[in-house]
Write a new protein. Structure first.
Lengths: 111, 112
């Protein structure tokens, strides 16, 4: 069935360093890959997305890369700041317009 | 302001009670979804709808039911609440032809 695997489940990085979260997906028909950030007690919010016709997309300190052949996509956060601490979910579109979410990565930014 | 709203935000009830969690969106989206999530944990899809009179069960078995009589409204009902239903319930919507989902603020349910 459709599946999105996400690693690591927890990640701690020193403030100012970079963080990378990796995901793999199973459905070769997937062509849309969003990333959501969920701060403590808040709703998930879309922070960046990528479609299968591009390999990389950047928005200030965050970037996503996509390797369709390997069915891998990654989120990169550079110059991390305390407000980057949150749970991050990767996702891929599946059949019937559903979004298949990864299990989430809890990112801690250490002072 | 166009947004997605959920009420109540917090609810504490006793076992056996019937409850309805409300979700409304003013964005004109056709697709709507209900997720169950323990705080900061995995998102489990429990119901979705593509439009009026369309409802489907999600990937996680749930004892809840939904209805979609109006485009903007997608309520979720638990006929007889149990402690195992204690969780956060997130509603989301998505415009037709696009995959992006926008989430509501959630309802945190506690069943005693």
């Amino acid at each position: 069935g459709e599946n999105v695997e996400q690693h690591p489940s927890t990640l701690s990085v020193q403030e100012g360093d970079s963080a990378v979260i990796k995901c793999t997906y199973s459905d070769s028909a997937s062509n849309y890959f969003p990333w959501y950030k969920q701060e403590l007690g808040k709703r998930p919010q879309l922070i960046i997305d990528i479609r299968s016709n591009v390999g990389e997309k950047k928005d200030q300190r965050i970037a996503v890369t996509l390797n369709k052949t390997a069915k891998h996509f990654s989120l990169h956060i550079t110059e991390t700041q305390p407000e980057d601490s949150a749970v991050y979910f990767c996702a891929a579109n599946g059949r019937d317009d559903k979004i298949i979410f990864g299990k989430g990565t809890r990112l801690h930014i250490l002072p | 302001e166009a947004d997605i709203y959920q009420t109540p935000r917090y609810l504490v009830i006793g076992t056996g009670k019937k409850i309805t969690l409300e979700c409304s969106q003013t964005m004109g989206h056709d697709k709507m979804y209900w997720y169950q999530q323990d705080p900061g944990m995995e998102l489990h899809l429990i119901h979705y709808s593509y439009g009026v009179n369309s409802t489907e069960k999600g990937d996680l078995s749930s004892e809840s039911t939904v209805s979609r009589i109006r485009t903007e409204h997608f309520p979720l009902t638990l006929e007889s609440a149990r402690p195992s239903h204690t969780s956060q319930y997130l509603c989301a919507s998505s415009p037709n032809g696009r995959a992006e989902q926008f989430f509501g603020p959630g309802t945190r349910l506690t069943v005693l």
